[in-house]
Design a protein around this ligand. Sequence first.
Ligand SMILES: Nc1ncnc2c1ncn2[C@@H]1O[C@H](COP(=O)(O)OP(=O)(O)O)[C@@H](O)[C@H]1O
Ligand SMILES: [Mg+2]
Length: 279
Amino acid sequence: MTNSTPSTARTLDNGSAGTGPVLEFRNVSIGFDHTVLEDVSFSVGPHETRILLGPAGVGKSVLLKLANGLLCPDSGSVHLFGEEISSIPEQQLFHLRTRTGMVFQEGALFDSLPVRDNVAYQLIQEEVPDEQVDVRVREALRFVGLEQTFSLYPGSLSGGMRRRVAIARALIHNPQLLLYDSPTGGLDPVTSTTIIELIVKQRDVYHTPSVLVTHRLQDAFTMCSHRFEPAEERMVPLPENQTDPKTTFLMLSEGHLIFDGSLQELVSSQDPFVREFIE
Ligand SMILES: Nc1ncnc2c1ncn2[C@@H]1O[C@H](COP(=O)(O)OP(=O)(O)O)[C@@H](O)[C@H]1O
Ligand SMILES: [Mg+2]
């Protein structure tokens, strides 16, 4: 975000895994009192957006926490930026995690801190000088259309605005992988669309690889069927029958990854769980 010329090169310059997967799960299983994920394998390539679908309680949030090392698999391995994260020391893991941006379910803002400090959280941890923090926070807030909230407290913002602040916070340190956990959960359809528009903007302007968790099929279809038009500063529909080729789907059901493929493959799938979910 500090770079005013968004380019695909920037993502690679930051030292991400080049042409290899940015994130890869290999036969990952995890359980608590019961098995949550079993033998889950998939990958996220450079510039790819994976939309993770599945009913409530199926393990979508657990999968995102495994992706950035907040949880450790019972078996199998998770590879982030080419490193197997379960086998590296905590200090190094902390560093890898700072290269990801996480938008937590419900936004998870600190109500006692103004928007500026919420968005700046990562930069403050890194002891970035105050003036630089201000510039970068304003830039991130401008990206989400909320510059005017700089000095406000989260409590005075609407649900949709809080989600947008959470997205600005995730973007502040130019992440090389974005993890969005149900960013439209609990929002009305119109506000949800403004959030999806931001995610499409992020995808089409910065090309940061992402995993987007949602239980709303409408969000997924909107993501696939639109692109961000910078000249108009808004999301526009793709021509009829075209979908974004870099946006593809994963679906979890009862612990298993039952689908990994394109929108076309999703809507024509004969798998009974997939059919039940999309109908
Ligand atoms: N830290 C934890 N300890 C015990 N159980 C957990 C923990 N995190 C998640 N679970 C359980 O894992 C399952 C999947 O949860 P979650 O990933 O939050 O589902 P969702 O798909 O709705 O995001 C649920 O049964 C939940 O209770
Ligand atoms: Mg969840």
